[in-house]
Design a protein around this ligand. Structure first.
Ligand SMILES: [Zn+2]
Length: 472
C-alpha cells in the first residue's frame, strides 16, 4: 500500500542528543558560509578561473574527508579497545557510521573507508595530489583501485613511482592513468595479477535495477568463461528457435530464454509470485494512483491494471492472479496489528513488513530486505509486532547488533525508526508513504474487502481466483 521511498532529505534527519556538542566543528560551518557567500566572477576568463578554483577546493575537501575518516576509525578502535571489545571485532560499525554521516549506503561507506585508508596510510603522493587539486576524488580512486592487489609496501612504492603530486597525470585521461597504474603494479608484483583475478571471481553477483517504461536491467557480473558460456547457450538456443520459424526477434528470444531457463517455467512469471501493490481505486475505478511492484518500484496505474486483468502474460502464458487485502485502516493496520507471542514473525507479518518497507530501512541503504528484525530486541522485551518489526539487509542487521547501537520506534502518521549510533548521533527512517495516502482520500474507506474485490475482478475477467487477507 505504498509507493517508492521518498527523497533522502525528507526521509532522514540526523541530530545529536541534547547533551552532545554542536552538530559540526565551527571551522567547517564557516567554510560552508564562505562558499555560500562567494560571488560569481564577472567575465568569462574569471569564471573559468573560479570554476578551476572550485574544482581544486572539491579535491581538497575529498582529501580532508579521507583524513577525517581514518582519524575517526582510529578513535573508534581506541574506544572499543577501552570498552573491552576483542581485537578481531574492533573497527566494526565504523564504516556504517561513516556512511550515515555522509548520506551514503553502507556498502559505499565501506568503500569510502577503504579509499581513505589507502590514501592516508599507503599512498601519500596520491593524497597530496588530491589535496593540491592535481587529481580529483574519482581519479585518486582509480589509482587506489588499480593498486588494491599489492601489499602495503609495494603499493607505497608504486605510489612513489607514479608521483601523482609531481604533475604526472596533468593532461592524461582516465584510461592513461589506469594504464600507468597497471603497468607499475604488474611490474612490481606479477603474481598479484593472478591473485586479483581470483579475488575478482569472488565478487560475482546478480543485480536488478529499474529502467524506463516499466522495464528493468537484470545484470550479472561473472567470471569471463561463465559469462561467455551463458551467452553462447542463449545464442545457440535462439538460433535453433529461429531456424524452426519462431517469429520473435533475436533479442526477444534470448531474453525470453533467459527468463524461462531461470524460472523453470515456460513464459516465466506465471508460476512465480510477484507482488504488485495498488489501491482498489486503481484496480477497479481507473484511478491514476501508481502501483508498486516489489523488487522494482513504482509502476503506472494502467500497466498494473493490464497486468492483473490480462488473461495471459506477454509470452502467451496464462497468468494466475491472487488478491490479498493488506489492511483495513492504513494508520493502525488493524487487520494485521495482532501481536504474535512467538519470537518469530509470522509469514503474514513478514510479507507485510516487506511490502511496507520495500527495501532495507537503514537510511540511504537500498539493499533488498533479508531479515525481519525486532527493532527493540526480543531479549530486551521487544514484541513480535508490525510496530516493532522492520525489514533490514543482512549487513545492517549485523551492524545494529553491535555495542553502542540502539533502535527505537516513535509514533507518527508513518512507521518511524530512530537509529542511534555509538557517537550519539540519531538518524530517522520513515517507511515509504502508503499508496493512496492522499490526505483527501482514505485508503481505509476505499478498501471494502476481498469478496467485493474478487467479484469486481471477476466481472472484468472471467477467471476463478483465490483471494485471501494477508493476516489469514
Ligand atoms: Zn541495509
Amino acid at each position: 500500500m505504498d509507493s517508492s521511498r521518498e527523497a533522502p532529505q525528507e526521509k532522514v534527519t540526523a541530530r545529536r542528543d541534547s547533551t552532545s556538542r554542536d552538530a559540526g566543528p565551527a571551522d567547517v560551518r564557516g567554510l560552508i558560509s564562505d562558499v555560500a557567500s562567494l560571488r560569481l566572477a564577472g567575465d568569462s576568463a574569471e569564471l573559468i578561473d573560479q570554476i578551476r578554483g572550485l574544482e581544486d577546493l572539491t579535491s581538497a575537501i575529498a582529501a580532508m574527508h579521507a583524513r577525517a575518516a581514518v582519524a575517526f576509525d582510529l578513535a573508534q578502535r581506541r574506544e572499543q579497545a577501552a570498552a573491552g571489545v576483542p581485537a578481531a571485532k574492533q573497527g566494526e560499525g565504523v564504516s556504517a557510521q561513516l556512511a550515515l554521516a555522509r548520506r551514503q549506503s553502507p556498502s559505499r561507506g565501506n568503500r569510502l573507508l577503504g579509499l581513505a585508508h589507502a590514501l592516508v596510510i599507503e599512498m601519500p603522493h596520491t593524497l597530496t595530489a588530491l589535496e593540491t587539486g592535481q587529481l580529483n576524488e574519482w581519479r585518486a580512486t582509480l589509482l587506489v583501485r588499480e593498486t588494491a592487489c599489492l601489499s602495503a609496501a609495494d603499493r607505497c612504492a608504486v605510489d612513489e613511482e607514479l608521483a601523482a603530486d609531481a604533475g604526472t597525470f596533468n593532461g592524461a585521461g582516465d584510461r592513461a592513468l589506469i594504464a600507468a597504474a597497471r603497468t607499475a603494479t604488474y611490474r612490481r608484483d606479477p603474481r598479484s595479477v593472478t591473485d586479483r583475478a581470483r579475488h575478482a571471481a569472488g565478487e560475482r553477483y546478480v543485480s536488478l535495477r529499474p529502467a524506463p517504461d516499466t522495464m528493468a536491467y537484470l545484470t550479472a557480473l561473472l567470471p569471463v568463461a561463465e559469462a561467455v558460456a551463458v551467452y553462447a547457450e542463449l545464442t545457440r538456443h535462439t538460433d535453433s528457435l529461429r531456424a524452426r520459424g519462431d517469429p520473435r526477434g533475436r533479442g526477444q528470444l534470448m531474453a525470453d530464454t533467459l527468463v524461462e531457463r531461470t524460472t523453470g517455467v515456460r513464459g516465466g512469471v506465471s508460476s512465480v509470485e510477484i507482488q504488485l501493490v495498488m489501491t482498489d481505486r486503481t484496480l477497479f475505478q481507473g484511478d491514476s494512483e501508481p502501483a508498486r511492484l516489489n523488487g522494482y518500484g513504482v509502476v503506472p496505474a494502467g500497466w498494473a491494471r493490464e497486468m492483473v486483468c490480462a488473461e495471459t502474460d506477454p509470452c502467451g502464458q496464462e497468468l494466475h492472479v491472487f488478491l490479498r487485502r493488506l489492511f483495513t485502516a492504513p494508520a493502525s493496520g488493524d487487520l494485521l496489528g495482532v501481536d504474535s507471542r512467538s519470537r518469530l514473525f509470522t509469514h503474514a507479518q513478514r510479507r507485510f513488513l516487506e511490502i511496507r518497507d520495500h527495501t532495507c530501512r537503514t537510511p540511504y541503504c537500498d539493499a533488498p530486505i533479508r531479515h525481519h528484525d525486532h527493532i527493540v530486541p526480543w531479549h530486551h522485551g521487544g514484541s513480535t509486532s508490525l510496530l516493532n518489526g522492520a525489514g533490514l539487509c543482512e549487513a545492517c542487521n549485523h551492524t545494529k547488533e553491535l555495542a553502542g547501537w540502539r533502535s527505537s520506534t516513535r509514533s507518527g502518521p508513518r512507521h518511524t525508526i530512530d537509529l542511534r549510533t555509538p557517537t550519539g548521533h540519531t538518524y530517522r527512517s520513515l517507511a515509504p508513504p502508503l499508496l493512496g495516502s492522499d490526505p483527501n482520500c482514505s485508503v481505509g474507506a476505499a478498501l471494502h474487502g476481498n469478496r467485493l474485490m474478487r467479484r469486481r475482478l471477476k466481472a472484468q475477467r472471467h477467471i476463478g481466483r483465490r483471494s485471501e487477507p494477508l493476516a489469514a
